[in-house]
Design a protein around this ligand. Structure first.
Ligand SMILES: Nc1nc2c(ncn2[C@@H]2O[C@H](COP(=O)(O)OP(=O)(O)OP(=O)(O)O)[C@@H](O)[C@H]2O)c(=O)[nH]1
Ligand SMILES: [Mg+2]
Length: 540
């Protein structure tokens, strides 16, 4: 198929418009598809492949890159001849060769992430350290390094990065003009397809940068990248709805960019519909946003019902929170034999998973694994996931898991504390746990330090310290429980079972017509026991 009109300029552009490229789930695909559907109503015949007037320069009109590529072209051809039947014509046009070469190179760049084929775009990262704004927990180099990890998680290949220290960001292009041209040079030299900024860019900055870098290069920011990862990883209906909603809200003010992107996909035939069309698009998006909100609301209601049912058995809930990649899912799996995906990627978990933990002395608690936190967490994502995170606010104890082997452990702790503050969970007892002790240079010293500070030290991967962990949780749980003394007649055996299961029994005496119990129990159970508690005095 013939590439679209903007595909002429570089091999990169060609590749990005090739059918193979489109096979891959594109960034914000769901959104694009919706808008394409809307565009199809306006311009039914506009498809890229049908556009007859466009094509790559077949003569000598190419750029300086052609000579450099000759060697690579031969290698690819040799490989092709081994794998494919010989072509019908002996003389291939240069365009055919280019397409074949790029298709072959393109095949190697597909990666399977969560069962989806992701095209590994070449990415270039840009960070800015602003002296004025301050408040950044991470240094610029560290923040860009984390951005690299995020890009890797999203399936991109980072081919280079740069950063700049500024007193204030440039309102037009975020970075200075010198930096813009430096990046433009790097884009050409490294064949960059996506430039990712470490901070959220305004819609205007995005547009200006895209203009400066050329149409074939996609410009995005940390927020869009995180949204993309969330989009790839959302496993449940609710998570998918939350992410789509956050993506739509992010796209709404940036719709001019979306439109030009759509224009490209549609082969240019919808061009010229101008501002009016953007307004139409915005209206479509707004309608979809409100429909999504309603759908989310009903999914949440359903979940709440389910949760309330769960709460009628008053097993205390312990929430696991922590920076992404701290080892939360590994710990949950280790303690409960669950099978939650745990991997060395950021944001492996998006949906809260709850499992029952049975401790050695017979008490139980529910452990909930949550979505990891990250510095510069996009506010719209915090908002979108607030409902999921709200489960944290209903827990009896919060375990803050820290990857103590990480060089920026303290900054990560601070970043998590910031989000916890936003969630208003301060009154809930918190337990700080250092994980991955096995991965530190001097585990013994780390353990000593932890002991001094009253912190539990574990290694979720090999199970070291897990007994201490469970004991510490029980102590914390006890703090959140109500001390009771009750006399339970023998026909209330089920309540006695509940006390054993969810409470902590200190004393039990079997009497003639019932059992005397002294224990700590969760508030809901204490309420259930109220009439029996009043009988304590009478029984003695
Ligand atoms: N050396 C070592 N590695 C660990 C330990 N615990 C977890 N890991 C590794 O750390 C990586 C991240 O673990 P996860 O359990 O996915 O982390 P998470 O906190 O659930 O991460 P998100 O879901 O992304 O927020 C995995 O590669 C684990 O194998 C540990 O105690 N020691
Ligand atoms: Mg996880």
């Amino acid at each position: 198929s013939a590439p679209g009109p903007r595909c002429r300029r570089s091999p990169t552009a060609l590749l990005r418009c090739s059918p193979a490229r489109r096979r891959a789930p594109a960034r914000a695909r769901a959104l694009d598809e919706r808008l394409l559907e809307a565009a199809a109503v306006q311009a039914p015949a506009s498809t890229e492949g049908d556009d007859p007037g466009v094509g790559v320069d077949e003569g000598n009109g190419g750029g300086g890159w052609e000579g450099d590529e000759a060697g690579a072209e031969e290698v690819v051809e040799e490989e092709e001849q081994q794998q494919r039947p010989p072509p019908r014509a002996f003389v291939k046009s240069r365009r055919q060769r280019q397409e074949e070469e790029e298709a072959a190179a393109g095949q190697d760049r597909f990666k399977l992430i969560n069962g989806e084929e992701i095209f590994q775009e070449k990415a270039y990262l840009v960070g800015v350290e602003c002296k004025r704004t301050g408040g950044n927990l991470f240094g610029i180099e560290e923040s860009v390094k984390e951005l690299e990890q995020l890009a890797d998680t999203a399936g991109l290949v980072v081919v280079g990065s740069t950063y700049q220290k500024l007193s204030t960001p440039n309102p037009r292009t975020y970075i200075g003009s010198g930096k813009v041209s430096e990046i433009r040079t790097a884009i050409q030299a490294l064949d960059v397809e996506t430039v990712i900024f470490d901070d959220e860019l305004s819609p205007g900055q995005l547009r200006n940068l895209e203009k400066s870098f050329g149409r074939s290069v996609r410009v995005c920011d940390r927020t869009a990248l995180i949204l993309d990862i969330f989009n790839q990883r959302a496993a449940t209906h609710e998570a998918a709805l939350q992410v789509t909603l956050a993506q739509m809200e992010y796209q709404l003010p940036r719709l001019t960019k979306m439109w030009s992107h759509l224009e490209r996909q549609a082969g240019g035939q919808v061009k010229g519909m101008g501002e009016k069309q953007i307004e139409v698009d915005k209206r479509i998006l707004r309608t979809q946003i409100s429909a999504l909100r309603k759908e989310l609301e009903s999914v949440r209601k359903h979940r709440k019902l389910y949760r309330n049912r769960r709460q009628s058995v008053p097993v205390p809930v312990v929430s696991l929170v922590g920076y992404t990649n701290a080892g939360k899912s590994t710990l949950l799996n280790r303690l409960t034999g669950a099978d939650v995906l745990a991997e060395d990627k950021l944001f492996a978990t998006l949906d809260p998973t709850t499992r029952r933990v049975l401790t050695k002395n017979g008490t139980e608690f529910l452990l909930t694994d949550t979505v990891g936190f990250i510095q510069k967490l996009p506010t719209m994502l915090v908002a979108a996931f607030r409902a999921t995170l709200e489960e944290i606010s209903e827990s009896s104890v919060i375990v803050h898991l820290v990857d103590i082997s990480h060089p920026l452990a303290q900054q990560q702790i601070d970043a998590v504390d910031r989000v916890l503050k936003e969630l208003d969970v301060e009154p809930i007892p918190k337990l700080i746990v250092w994980n991955k002790v096995d991965n530190t240079d001097e585990p013994l010293k780390v353990k000593e330090e932890a002991e001094k500070q009253g912190i539990i030290c574990i290694s979720a991967i090999n199970g070291d310290g897990l007994e201490d962990f469970c004991n510490a949780i029980q102590r914390k749980l006890k703090d959140s429980m109500v001390p009771i003394e009750a006399f339970l007649p023998y026909d209330k055996g089920d309540l006695l079972n509940d006390i054993h299961k969810v409470g902590m029994v200190e004393k039990m005496e079997y009497k003639e017509n019932g059992t005397f119990v002294k224990a700590h129990v969760p508030l809901p159970l204490a309420r259930l026991l109220t009439p029996l508690r009043q009988q304590v005095a009478a029984a003695h």
